[in-house]
Design a protein. Structure first.
Length: 473
């Protein structure tokens, strides 16, 4: 008989591989280096975890960790607050109703108000914050303590989609395991008593199968279960432990976990052929010479305006890094007051940027002429001198100093494998939404490094000219 995916025989308090749905949830996240810490539930918080997930006692969650790891690596907040939205948010569930012989009877729709379809969790690397959350009197008090403890600029909030289950509801716990069977490809990372039974099946050491047994799709076969050749199993399915042969729960040894590589972002730098590198350099020189010749009459006018308002110097050279991390002076027309750095130190509490850079909507350090030349991008014209010297290109990643590059160590070498550009993907595609600027900077720089080509360069130049002309007219 073919075993339907959702009607495996289930005991009243089911386990599979000796683990309850809640324990399976925690083992799943442990395989990713994340320890689940629940408010009000006493358990040892280990120092070997790479992250702590702070959640309430009621919620089981599944969501993609990699995009959040990117945020944690780029911005390095003390606390990342996550608003989790269920991808199937609708306020009801459907399940299969079977008879005593496990034959299909009908579908049943269950309404429960949908209150478990939204959840809040948090990620942190701070052991003290995890302990504070665990010891809170209730979830509301816990969230309030976290916000009071973590300075606003040291925490971020993101919304993500995923799956949310209420572990106080029997059907939802079972639905969670069903979904976990589909998503968790390597449960042996934290469950040592199991072995493979085909491409997608995992079988308990106390279960038995025949050489001719047919298991199709993702299936977990619990302790005490027997699969013979007369009873093929079709997944996704969890065949629960035999209650009479339920194994003891294995201890979780964090140092022995072979973690899922969620913390690595591999960048595949596109190696441009030699002819393309040479032609790009020739284009950069020709374009820079043409722009300098075209805009040279503007230089004395801008310099005169700067001198009349705030005196000299006319240019400002900020140290940035180019290929291989070599420092160079990135030249611009001076658009800020001479004491801009001293003023910046007093304004740091008003920084609206989400990364190491500084940004204010109405920056008081800007001079009147500075606001004008920045709006029209005239302040960047001297950078064509950097292009001629070979420190920069017309198109490339955003030029950044040593200090900022330390905030993205996983991608630093990739960004510095090509010269920085006067313009790039970030300049023409960023959303300018608060809290995303630094993340988008790294994202678009990586996209350029991985996919840069002549076609992309010409498209970026065209988009840049469109932005400039729209500002002029």
């Amino acid at each position: 008989m073919i075993q339907p995916a959702t009607i495996a025989t289930r005991p009243a308090d089911p386990t599979v591989f000796g683990l309850t749905p809640t324990q399976l949830h925690d083992r799943f996240w442990a395989s990713r280096g994340v320890q689940v810490v629940r408010q009000g539930e006493a358990s040892e918080i280990v120092s070997h975890a790479e992250l702590y997930m702070l959640t309430d006692p009621r919620t089981l969650t599944l969501f993609k960790l990699r995009p959040l790891i990117d945020t944690l690596n780029w911005v390095q907040p003390d606390l990342l607050l996550i608003r989790l939205h269920d991808v199937n948010e609708h306020g009801y569930r459907e399940r299969i109703v079977a008879d005593d012989d496990d034959r299909f009877v009908r579908f049943q729709r269950i309404y429960n108000g949908g209150d478990s379809r939204l959840a809040r969790v948090a990620l942190t690397t701070d052991l003290d914050l995890a302990r504070m959350w665990q010891s809170a009197e209730d979830s509301r008090t816990g969230w309030r303590k976290l916000r009071a403890t973590v300075y606003r600029r040291r925490r971020l909030t993101q919304s993500v989609t995923g799956r949310v289950y209420d572990r106080q509801i029997d059907e939802e716990r079972l639905d969670f395991v069903h979904e976990l069977v589909c998503q968790w490809k390597r449960p042996d990372a934290t469950i040592k008593r199991i072995h493979r039974g085909g491409d997608e099946a995992w079988i308990d050491s106390d279960a038995s199968t025949q050489p001719q047994s047919r298991i199709i799709g993702p299936v977990w076969v619990g302790a005490g279960r027997r699969i013979d050749q007369s009873q093929p199993v079709i997944g996704p399915a969890a065949l629960w432990d035999d209650p009479e042969l339920r194994p003891q729960v294995e201890a979780l040894h964090w140092l022995d976990i072979e973690k899922t590589p969620a913390f690595e972002r591999r960048v595949h730098v596109r190696q441009r052929p030699r002819w393309e590198r040479l032609s790009k350099r020739a284009f950069d020189i020709a374009f820079a010479l043409a722009m300098l010749m075209l805009t040279l009459p503007v230089f004395p006018l801008v310099m005169l305006a700067i001198w009349l308002e705030d005196g000299g110097p006319f240019f400002f050279g900020h140290e940035r890094e180019t290929v291989g991390g070599r420092p160079f002076k990135c030249w611009k027309f001076r658009s800020m007051r001479k004491d801009a750095e001293a003023i910046k130190a007093r304004l740091m509490t008003q920084n609206a940027a989400d990364g190491p850079q500084f940004f204010m909507e109405n920056d008081p350090r800007l001079t009147r002429i500075g606001r004008i030349i920045r709006k029209l991008n005239i302040d960047e014209l001297p950078q064509f001198i950097n292009v001629l010297s070979g420190d920069m290109a017309v198109v490339g990643p955003r030029p950044s100093p040593f200090k900022e590059n330390q905030f993205c160590p996983a991608w630093r070498e990739a960004r510095l494998s090509v010269p920085p550009g006067i313009t790039g993907l970030w300049q023409v595609r960023r959303s300018r939404l608060q809290g995303l600027d630094f993340q988008e900077w790294i994202r678009y720089d990586m996209e350029y490094v991985e996919n840069g080509s002549w076609t992309m360069d010409l498209w970026i130049i065209g988009q840049t000219l469109r932005v400039i002309f729209s500002a002029l007219f």
